[in-house]
Design a protein around this ligand. Structure first.
Ligand code: ADP
Length: 234
């Protein structure tokens, strides 16, 4: 399904992320919050790494940093050899589009578009031809077990099917890293299991990071990075 990527890992070295309370989404407290405190981790090619920890422990902050959506206050994040904090905001966006796929708890599909159109959407930005986009989206939907559902809109798909469309969309640009934030949070155990089957399957040729509270989901990963109060416990 995917082309061969380099075997270099994702490396996160002594990463700290502080938020200035006066500008954060949590109001104007004026205090500084250290969301991540000197965290180091390596995410190796061909593996699924879990990120665990109680609410407020820094999981989303770490995921946003690994996804290049945010930059650290201190430390270094290298994704397949590129230090993402050295890129300009525009370069980071371009890097993210071609190297990182995101999967969210609530799927974030566009309701007016069919499954195949949702999956093909990132390829419009990549400038691919209409035919190439459709062929790639079709191939990806088949690969996640959704043959026969290509023309369905999200509203007529089950939660598990919607999440598989979202995974296919995350894979559209054949990214080296897929980052999933609570991907089974809205799904029952059986459906969650099918989604995890797909996520573990796609990790054979990339790095997959899954943040979750769920014990079963974490048990399906190869290794768990456990956070508490912004620090690594394990
Ligand atoms: P988790 O995903 O584990 O629930 P987060 O990474 O969302 O944890 O948050 C870690 C800490 O950083 C929390 O104390 C949270 O309140 C704080 N935080 C997260 N984002 C911001 C922000 N934009 N501004 C201010 N504080 C933030």
């Amino acid at each position: 399904m995917a082309t061969q990527h380099s075997s270099a890992p994702v490396v996160c070295s002594d990463v700290t992320r502080r938020y200035d309370g006066s500008t954060g989404r949590f109001g104007t407290s004026g205090t500084t919050v250290t969301a991540l405190d000197n965290v180091s981790c390596e995410i190796t090619h061909g593996s699924v790494v879990g990120v665990a920890g109680p609410s407020g422990s820094g999981k989303s902050t770490l995921l946003h940093l690994l996804a290049g959506l945010d930059t650290p206050t201190a430390g270094d994040i290298q994704i397949y050899g590129t230090s993402i904090q050295t890129l300009s905001s525009r370069e980071r966006t371009a890097f993210r589009r071609s190297h990182i796929g995101m999967v969210f708890q609530r799927f974030h599909l566009l309701p007016a578009l069919t499954a195949v159109e949702n999956v093909a959407l990132p390829l419009v930005q990549a400038g691919d031809s209409r035919r190439k986009r459709r062929d790639r989206a079709t191939e990806l939907l088949d690969a996640v077990g959704l043959d026969g559902r290509h023309k369905h809109r999200p509203g007529s798909l089950s939660g598990g099917e919607q999440q598989r469309v979202a995974i296919a969309r995350a894979l559209a640009a054949d990214p080296a890293v897929v980052i999933a934030d609570e991907p089974t949070g809205e799904l029952d155990r059986e459906t969650g299991k099918q989604v995890l089957d797909v996520l573990t399957d796609i990790a054979t040729d990339r790095a997959v990071v899954i943040a979750s509270h769920d014990e079963y989901t974490l048990s399906r990963t190869d290794r768990v990075i456990k956070l508490r109060d912004g620090r690594r416990e394990t």
